[in-house]
Write a protein that binds this ligand. Structure first.
Ligand SMILES: [Zn+2]
Length: 413
């Protein structure tokens, strides 16, 4: 039976094969196949290798051959492990105020900030939210991203968080990208809530968590650990309950003050995201743990503050994923490759480190072991850039766009 599909030849194919989850990487560590082909079966990679040799070997079993006309460098489809693309409304006023000298926390106190987006998202219908997710997902796909994490967190009540998660689930059925939903009901304490912070978190865990499980809306719980959000003491019982119910945990950690990464390590979270304020102590602890640090350069660019200490994390032996944090407040750009290239330039990251942070290390930050490398059995999610060398991709700082994208072996761009 003819059941294989062959795509090629690619000038270069970066498989990301055999690279470690943690620690620093040199470009020499990259496994690059020249004049490469990919053999795909049922949307999964079967073999990679020299195109001509693969053609000869599989000739009689090929259902289709896609011969590429342009010179392309291919790598695993990118994974954006942290976004807030389910939201409504602009925060351009915040942006102007911030650049006019007000701090993030001052703006929040004046009624801007996350609460502003909560107000606008609550009045948006599910249809509007789905449409917004799909519009942003389309742009991400065009930029080579085939898996997108999407958080709730602008509903901040059982009902409104449910609406957000349901919107993400509906959007997931309408986009070719995989949307990975995360419940961020613990984003900030909703100031209209009639009760204490603990009451709020208890209500979420008692009334929303079971619904999330029953309707398969998410298997991930996130919390913003910060002075203006939730303290490590207040979040502990919430995280304990989430763990007991079988959820994976992830944390908005060390963005302005430390303690979030400590919580992430203590509860065995899959990732600790932000880390702009992490010191040597947190870096050491993260390096010793299995928590994946996720840098969000889009937030640093949006807020005009320092970057996550990516170089120090990698040198200490930690892993590193890079995500866009696309959100209407601190991260309006939503251009992952541009942000990753800029972080690489400021933090002195090798191409291998940046590209790993967008592929298999980002997959690990979402606990997804079925994608992020082009090797046997993994998703045939592929992004290809019109160039002859992988060095060109980050050199153009996001301006070199992918010309072709495949999801599960099907061409989508
Ligand atoms: Zn975030």
């Amino acid at each position: 039976m003819k059941q294989y599909q062959l795509i090629g030849s690619f000038k270069q194919l970066l498989t990301m094969h055999d690279l470690p989850i943690k620690g620093k990487l040199n470009d020499d560590d990259l496994f690059v196949i020249e004049n490469a082909g990919i053999v795909i079966r049922d949307g999964l990679v079967d073999t990679v290798g020299n195109f001509e040799q693969l053609y000869k070997k599989y000739k009689n079993e090929l259902e289709s051959v896609q011969e590429l006309e342009e010179e392309l460098v291919a790598l695993p489809g990118f994974i954006d492990a942290h976004t807030h693309i389910c939201s409504s409304g602009s925060r351009a006023r915040d942006y102007a105020m911030r650049n006019g000298g007000k701090s993030y926390l001052e703006i929040a106190k004046e009624g801007g900030g996350i609460w502003d987006t909560v107000t606008k998202t609550r009045v948006a219908s599910q249809e509007i939210l789905v449409e917004g997710i799909l519009r942003r997902a389309k742009r991400l796909i065009e930029n080579g991203i085939t898996t997108i994490e999407v958080k709730s967190g602008y509903g901040l009540s059982v009902e409104e968080e449910y609406k957000m998660l349901k919107s993400i689930q509906l959007a997931n059925q309408k986009t070719i990208a995989d949307l990975i939903p995360t419940c961020l009901a613990a984003h900030i304490f909703p100031k209209d809530y009639d009760g204490s912070i603990t009451d709020y978190l208890t209500e979420i865990s008692e009334k929303l968590f079971p619904k999330i499980l029953t309707e398969n809306l998410s298997n991930r719980i996130d919390a913003f650990i910060e002075q203006e959000a939730f303290s490590k003491e207040i979040i502990a019982p919430y995280f304990q309950e989430a763990k007991r119910m079988g959820f994976d945990l992830t944390v908005h950690a060390d963005q302005f003050h430390t303690s979030g990464s400590e919580v992430a390590i203590q509860f065995g979270a899959v990732s600790a995201d932000h880390l702009e304020a992490s010191t040597e102590k947190e870096i050491e602890l993260l390096a010793k743990s299995d928590v994946i640090p996720v840098a969000l350069p889009g937030a640093s660019l949006g807020l005009g503050c320092n970057f996550t200490p990516a170089r120090k994390l990698l040198d200490a032996g930690a892993s590193l994923a890079i995500a866009s944090d696309w959100n209407p407040g601190s991260g309006p750009m939503g251009d992952l490759l541009t942000q990753a290239a800029i972080l690489g330039a400021f933090e002195k990251l090798s191409n291998a480190e940046v590209l790993s942070a967008l592929t298999f290390r980002a997959a690990t930050a979402l606990k997804l072991h079925d994608r992020g490398r082009l090797e046997k059995g993994k998703f045939a999610d592929i992004v290809a850039f019109p160039t002859d060398h992988f060095n060109e991709i980050l050199y153009h700082q996001g301006q070199l766009k992918p010309s072709q994208v495949w999801k599960h072996g099907t061409q989508r761009r």
